[in-house]
Design a binder for this molecule. Structure first.
Ligand code: BYC
Length: 333
């Protein structure tokens, strides 16, 4: 008589089989441009990459409220104030969709927030620059939201369903944000000499950091190849930077501003823009926490988080009471 099969070996074999079936299905879904949903099996590295990218994106939206929040009380008219408030509020909303999308991957909002306020999580380099003048609101809208649109429209097709769907709504709002920035700059450029100078100065300060938003050059971007194979990213960092510059050049002409890159020119032969070198040392310094406003931004977020503790506690207590009241109602019924 044969000895009975060792059940642990059988379980191992069937587990392996199951994982390879699931992996095959995952690969097929990606290859066929279908979406991966939270219920689906996914490789651990895919899950981790998404948590990394989506949470960084969410943090960027939340930290990104600060440079503009700085101008809400000082916007030059009631209309400008109302528009700016709506824009900053939209950014809070974007952060919430994105935190929710990341939560579907098995991380909690508290964990993500803790990573941010401990300084362990990254957020976009761009939000570590100061906003000393009203024209900065125009330059942020035109350049920063413009860069965000170029980067995020392809993310609407990201292979992970909840991320792609969140991006659709975010992009609609970003395009309104970009236009309001353009319109602020256009108004200033049609104003006095001093206003024109202010607008040009803001464009000079935001242009290079907005190009750096797309991330390091392709040959220094460790995550791009895998993220593109998984169809999370659809274009490389340099490809998106090219698109962005192509979008800016005609708009700068309409505005009457100069893009502060003397080397910028379109090369007919390659069909690409040639441009001056981005200061990557500055970019990596900002990522290391040494940008002009890193400390201030994180400190402000930490304080806001601590100040908001009572609101979170009150909301949780209210939800608990509502839940026990409805459980009681059900029992009575
Ligand atoms: N800032 O291998 P790479 C907004 C990091 S919100 C900081 O190319 P990946 C808005 C990168 O994370 C704008 N870090 O990475 C809000 C990686 O580090 P880790 C935010 C950056 O992920 C309010 C390392 O450098 N948008 O627009 O393939 C008001 C190597 O890079 C940056 C998003 O988050 C940066 N700029 O590509 C107005 C979009 N760039 O994580 C506007 C979603 C790179 O390995 N994210 N790093 O430690 C993405 O599309 C991609 O994550 C990135 C980077 C293109 C940003």
């Amino acid at each position: 008589m044969n000895a009975p099969a060792d059940p642990s070996i059988t379980a191992d074999v069937s587990d392996e089989q199951r994982i390879s079936d699931e992996e095959r299905l995952f690969d097929e879904l990606i290859a066929n441009e279908q979406r991966i949903e939270p219920r689906d099996w996914m490789p651990e590295a895919y899950r981790k990459t998404l948590i990394r990218q989506i949470s960084q994106h969410a943090h960027s939206e939340i930290i990104g409220m600060q440079p503009e929040g700085n101008w809400i009380t000082r916007a030059p008219s009631l209309k400008r104030k109302a528009i700016l408030m709506a824009k900053v509020q939209d950014e809070a909303g974007h952060g919430l969709y994105l935190y929710s999308a990341a939560q579907t991957l098995g991380i909690t909002r508290d964990e993500m927030m803790q990573q941010l306020i401990d300084g362990r999580a990254k957020y976009s380099s761009i939000f570590n620059y100061p906003t000393p003048t009203w024209a900065d609101m125009g330059a942020i809208g035109w350049l920063v939201d413009g860069a965000a649109i170029c980067n995020q429209v392809p993310l609407c097709r990201a292979s992970y369903g909840p991320y792609g769907r969140a991006m659709v709504r975010v992009c609609k709002e970003e395009s309104f944000h970009q236009r309001q920035g353009f319109e602020i700059l256009l108004t200033l450029m049609q104003g006095t000499e001093e206003q024109r100078r202010m607008a040009q100065d803001a464009v000079d300060r935001w242009y290079w950091p907005s190009l750096a938003m797309f991330g390091p050059p392709d040959d220094r971007s460790p995550n791009s190849a895998q993220s593109m194979a998984w169809k999370i990213k659809r274009f490389s960092n340099d490809e998106l930077r090219q698109r962005f510059v192509g979008m800016l050049v005609p708009q700068a002409e309409i505005l009457g501003v100069t893009l502060p890159d003397p080397e910028l020119r379109f090369d007919e032969a390659s069909g690409r823009y040639e441009m001056g070198e981005i200061d990557w040392d500055e970019f990596f310094e900002v990522l290391r926490g040494n940008g002009p406003c890193n400390t201030e931004r994180l400190e402000r977020r930490r304080t806001a988080h601590e100040d908001g503790a009572w609101v979170r506690e009150a909301a949780a207590e209210y939800a608990r009471r509502q839940a026990s009241a409805s459980a009681l109602d059900e029992e009575v019924a």
